[in-house]
Ligand binder design. Structure first.
Ligand code: KPL
Length: 300
């Protein structure tokens, strides 16, 4: 049994907590000290998630053995900076977020004995107060991000995620992150702007836009040295739409609740790389602008 700390009380963090609590001790790291009971719900199950909570201030230096950081893309760097001192000398760090974030500097600052991994998951859910509703599950991939992790990722996977539905390991996680980026670009902005569930995007009226978005991702990935097949990206996007058909994507929920979105780490990332390589990406550019405009309007 491992002692696992999970940062935050977001939907993905709580879904991971529920799964991992079946064999491990879970502590959620919360912003403020408060007594909460977290519930896990599906269409047929409602149960309490067995876990304790601690604030960052309550965590002694070098005290965390396994730390999972499943936060929004724009919170990752700040979270890594705040929590690195609390990770033990041989600690295991697991990042899990949507979009692309440049955490290379933070990972380089880890001790040579600390291993870092990525968990790329298309698990779907949403939160209402302290209840997390589990609404679908696409594929999950787990792989190493630094060299200590390359020696241990199979063991860590089998200890933590081997019983997670639809989960697999990969030694080379970067192409997986690109594929997940593509899936999120196909689903999140459109479902947010249209305020529809993921499955609704399978309607023919969205097909041309989705194909063009995937084409741009494929071109930009190729310019970054990552070879992806356009057909595979399109198939993946439609597979996740089907697997999470009744779910409202995280960006759909963010816009509906006037929260900041992860668009900069998705279409914004593609536009930034494309500009450096002189590649035209009008479809990603348009969604980037529209989502940001909608959020600005909502904030006024
Ligand atoms: O990652 C997701 C998200 O909503 O952010 C998917 C897999 C698209 C599920 O909705």
């Amino acid at each position: 049994m491992a002692n696992i700390h999970i940062l935050g009380e977001g939907a993905i963090g709580l879904l991971l907590a529920q799964h991992l609590s079946q064999s491990h001790q879970i502590t959620l790291i919360t912003r403020n000290k408060r007594a909460a009971t977290y519930l896990y719900q599906t269409a047929s199950i409602q149960q309490t998630i067995p876990c304790s909570t601690k604030t960052l201030a309550e965590l002694p230096a070098s005290s965390i053995d396994t730390l999972i950081i499943p936060v929004k893309a724009y919170q990752v760097i700040e979270a890594l900076r705040a929590l690195r001192p609390a990770l033990s000398k041989n600690g295991t760090l697991i990042l899990s977020h949507n979009g692309m974030v440049d955490w290379s500097g933070e990972l380089a600052a880890l001790e040579k004995t600390q291993s870092a991994y990525f968990l790329s998951t298309s698990i779907a859910g949403y939160k209402v107060a302290d209840s997390v509703h589990h609404t679908g599950q696409g594929a999950t991939w787990f792989g190493p991000l630094n060299s200590p992790a390359e020696h241990h990722y199979l063991r860590v996977f089998s200890q933590l995620f081997s019983t997670f539905e639809n989960a697999k390991t990969t030694f080379d996680i970067m192409p997986t992150l690109w594929k997940k980026l593509a899936v999120n670009i196909a689903i999140n902005p459109l479902s947010a702007l249209e305020q529809v569930a993921n499955g609704q995007l399978r309607q023919p009226k969205y097909a041309a836009q989705i194909l063009n978005l995937m084409n741009e991702v494929q071109l930009v990935a190729a310019s970054a040295g990552v070879t992806l097949a356009l057909g595979e990206l399109v198939t993946l996007a439609y597979t996740v739409m089907a697997q999470t058909a009744n779910n409202r994507s995280s960006m759909n929920q963010d816009l509906a609740n006037n929260r900041r979105t992860e668009i900069d780490a998705m279409c914004g990332y593609i536009c930034e790389l494309a500009a450096k390589q002189n590649i035209d990406v009008p479809f990603n550019q348009q969604l980037l602008e529209e989502v940001n405009k909608r959020w600005q309007l909502a904030r006024q």
